[in-house]
Ligand binder design. Structure first.
Ligand code: ATP
Length: 512
């Protein structure tokens, strides 16, 4: 059986082989933690964006979308707290010279105890079969309880060290837990230091510190500084949201795991402005709404779990992550944060401009509270690839690699394939190709045997293939092949076109 590590490796090489994702500046051997999206990757990425944008903006009468600049006034990042507090605690192993995030080292150690608990559960399930009661088992099994106690103890210490920004305590925890460097195997650690994650550059011809500006580390601030612009010009009434998709940049210390953690990435964020006191109710609403958005894709509810934050960010009064079951385990895919009035208040103070909302019903002015949903587009892309990638053994003993990408997200929706390259079949196929093109991304392919062409389209996740043969010339019927079941049906060209357009329409996801 393929290990999880193998499965990520297979996905990475598949993504490169078929033009989804390339290392950046590949001919120069790449640039670490930076990737380019190829011809199919760009298409898939656009489809994910479209799904998010439409479900946020088009499907909510009280949410609008903007597109703010990457560069912002430098004071924005002082006000937001990023200049002072957007740090990761890092630690170096003196022998391997490798650098780690100190908190991640501890979390990975905790994950080992979690894996032990999971093993006990699986053993129990095997032994007791249907009579097995997981909840009861977790509460009573002595091995589980021992491991859980250890997890709780470490978590308490980690939480305290992070909350107090106590770097010595964090280092001590690593020493006490006898955590070794995965590369050198040694426990020879440096001190823990804070490292700011923002990239900076200089603006125009101005010299000195005044010219220093940052590449935005999140898209959210572009929304906050435009809060009043949008509220006034859009005549928005609270509660309302502002959505945005755009690039963000972070000088990540540990940048591994393919497009999961990059230094340049894309976020899809929505800030929802609410009346103070109503934020926790909206926080719950958005947790549910976002899970629903994920579940509509049909990857399976067991692929997601909600994880409450141990350490609340400086701006939050509640925060959780939607985690996805990646090959490297459950990891954060999306954050949902109740950010209070922190950001708008800070911008009021630093800009000297009032950022208040006049509530006509209550006849009062207030600074709204904010609930944010923030998802990494690249992580969503990776989640989609991981959940879709399947290596199937077929009845005839052969194998196929297929990407079972949700039809509405698939980069190419349909392939038009003349059975042979003669007898007028290519011309007929071209007619169908031209009919479908204005509606959906369509590929025309006449090279290689029909079997090879089916496999190629399976490998890039094309949900449908239309094969044109000699009978097509006589009665205008074609063979419609379905990617997932590999079933083939003989139907009219008209029916096939309608089916392809209808089944791959993004509306099928929006109405879920
Ligand atoms: P992590 O704990 O994994 O570093 P975070 O909590 O710092 O993530 P947020 O600041 O909440 O992340 O950002 C919101 C979303 O942006 C994340 O849920 C993730 O999907 C995405 N994201 C954050 N950092 C990166 C990155 N370096 N590369 C790709 N996506 C990222």
């Amino acid at each position: 059986m393929a290990t999880n590590e193998d499965s990520l490796k297979n996905i990475i090489s598949h993504a490169k082989e078929y033009g989804f994702v390339f290392p950046s500046s590949d001919i120069y051997d790449g640039l670490s933690a930076t990737y380019d999206y190829g011809q199919l990757g760009a298409q898939l990425k656009n489809n994910i964006k479209e799904y998010w944008w439409k479900s946020m903006v088009q499907m909510h009468e009280n949410i609008v979308g903007i597109d703010a600049a990457i560069f912002m006034h430098p004071t924005v990042w002082k006000a937001s707290g990023h200049v002072d507090a957007f740090n990761d605690p890092l630690i170096d192993n003196k022998d391997s010279k490798k650098r780690y995030r100190a908190d991640v080292l501890v979390e990975e150690h905790i994950a080992k105890y979690e894996a032990k608990i999971q093993k006990e559960v699986e053993k129990g399930q095997k032994r007791f079969g249907d009579a097995f009661d997981t909840e009861q088992f977790l509460k009573t099994n002595p091995n589980v309880l021992r491991n859980q106690e250890k997890i709780d103890e470490i978590n308490t210490k980690l939480e305290a060290a992070l909350n107090d920004s106590n770097l010595d305590a964090l280092r001590q925890l690593i020493i006490d837990l006898e955590i070794a460097c995965p590369i050198s195997g040694s426990k020879n650690w440096t001190e823990v230091r804070q490292f700011n994650l923002m990239f900076s550059t200089e603006l125009g011809s101005v010299a000195g510190d005044a010219a220093k500006i940052y590449l935005r580390p999140e898209t959210a601030q572009g929304i906050f500084v435009n809060f009043l612009n949008v509220q006034k010009t859009g005549r928005m009434k609270i509660p309302f949201g502002i959505a945005q998709i755009g690039k963000a940049f972070r000088n990540e210390i540990v940048a591994r795991q393919f497009i999961f953690r990059m230094r340049e990435f894309e976020q899809m964020e929505m800030q929802f402005f609410v009346k103070p006191g109503e934020e926790l109710q909206w926080y719950k609403y958005w947790q549910e709404a976002r899970l629903k958005w994920h579940n509509a894709l049909g990857f399976g509810e067991n692929k997601y779990r909600l994880h409450d934050h141990l350490k609340l960010a400086h701006y939050a009064n509640a925060a959780s992550d939607i985690e996805f079951d990646f090959p490297m385990g459950f990891k954060e895919l999306e954050g949902i944060h109740s950010r209070t009035d922190f950001d708008l208040k800070q911008h009021e103070e630093f800009s000297g401009k009032k950022l208040r909302y006049f509530d006509p019903e209550a006849n009062e002015n207030y600074i709204p509270y904010v609930v944010e949903t923030s998802i990494g587009l690249d992580r969503m892309f990776l989640a989609t690839l991981c959940a879709s990638y399947q290596n199937e053994k077929l009845e005839d003993g052969s194998e196929r690699v297929v990407l079972k990408i949700p039809m509405a997200l698939a980069p190419v929706k349909v392939a038009i394939l003349p059975l042979v390259k003669k007898d007028g079949l290519p011309e007929k196929a071209m007619e169908i190709f031209n009919q479908l093109r204005p509606f959906v991304q369509t590929n025309y392919d006449e090279k290689d045997s029909i079997g090879k062409r089916y496999r190629r389209n399976d490998a890039i996740g094309t949900p449908f293939a239309i094969t044109v043969d000699h009978q097509t010339l006589e009665d205008n019927t074609i063979t419609l092949r379905h990617r997932d079941s590999m079933e083939q049906e003989r139907i009219s060209i008209k029916e096939a076109i309608e089916k392809v357009i209808q089944k791959t329409d993004i509306r099928s996801l929006l109405s879920c």
